[in-house]
Design a protein around this ligand. Structure first.
Ligand SMILES: C[S@@+](CC[C@H](N)C(=O)[O-])C[C@H]1O[C@@H](n2cnc3c(N)ncnc32)[C@H](O)[C@@H]1O
Length: 201
């Protein structure tokens, strides 16, 4: 089951994220966490914790640990959704298979919003994995917001990141890592996830 990949442990930023959560009391949002398996991985590894409600309930049922990690639900594009985070800001945001769900303008809006939710200090980090393909294309996808997904190559996504952070006027280091690739599924349509990060300088 694709939603039960515990992929955060293979992310190059995982060791530092776990250290920051367990030793320096920093905060991390797993954006679009679905059943919450990545957050649960961090909690089991020692991190303290605080979805669509249905996914949260299914996750509690699946992992038989009702109430353990704390989840917040809502539409990420809706500014009313994230009051705790927009006030206090976050040290780290992690995400898997979220940003690729949207059209190009929505991806720009979501990445900008995530970067704005970070504490404005050196070391704040947004790191994520998303699908990449060999060619850039917008495809119809009825299950997604507005029914369209914009598929990036690693190069086009890196260009988009640089454009977004340049327009926001924040000092950043953008990384695109090959090390974190994960193959999903076995069919001919199987795609790859690649690892990206935006780190504030
Ligand atoms: C493809 S799933 C990925 C789940 C998980 N990160 C994983 O890799 O197993 C996409 C997730 O994004 C969430 N999501 C989709 N659109 C969203 C939005 N507009 N605001 C907040 N969450 C959203 C869904 O509820 C789901 O949890």
């Amino acid at each position: 089951m694709a939603f039960l990949r515990f992929s955060i442990t293979t992310d190059p930023h995982y060791p530092q994220a776990l250290y920051r959560l367990t030793k320096t009391n920093q905060t991390l949002l797993d954006l679009g966490c679905c059943f919450g398996q990545e957050i649960r991985t961090l909690v089991v590894a020692g991190a303290p914790s605080s979805l669509e409600q249905e996914f949260i309930d299914l996750g509690y049922e699946l992992f038989n640990n009702k109430g353990k990690p704390h989840f917040t639900t809502g539409d990420f594009f809706d500014d009313a959704t994230l009051p705790p985070f927009s006030e206090t800001k976050l040290d780290m945001i992690h995400s898997t298979s979220f940003f690729h769900l949207f059209s190009q303008p929505q991806q720009i809006a979501a990445i900008s919003k995530a970067v704005r939710l970070l504490k404005p200090k050196a070391g704040s980090i947004l790191f994520w994995r998303q699908m990449t393909t060999d060619t850039v294309e917008a495809i119809k996808h009825p299950a997604t917001r507005l029914g369209e997904m914009y598929r990036h190559t690693k190069v086009s996504l890196r260009n988009l990141l640089e454009q977004v952070v340049a327009e926001m006027g924040v000092g950043t280091d953008c990384e695109v890592a090959d090390a974190g690739k994960v193959k999903v599924g076995e069919s001919v349509d199987a795609f790859w996830l690649a690892a990206f990060c935006v780190k504030l300088l």
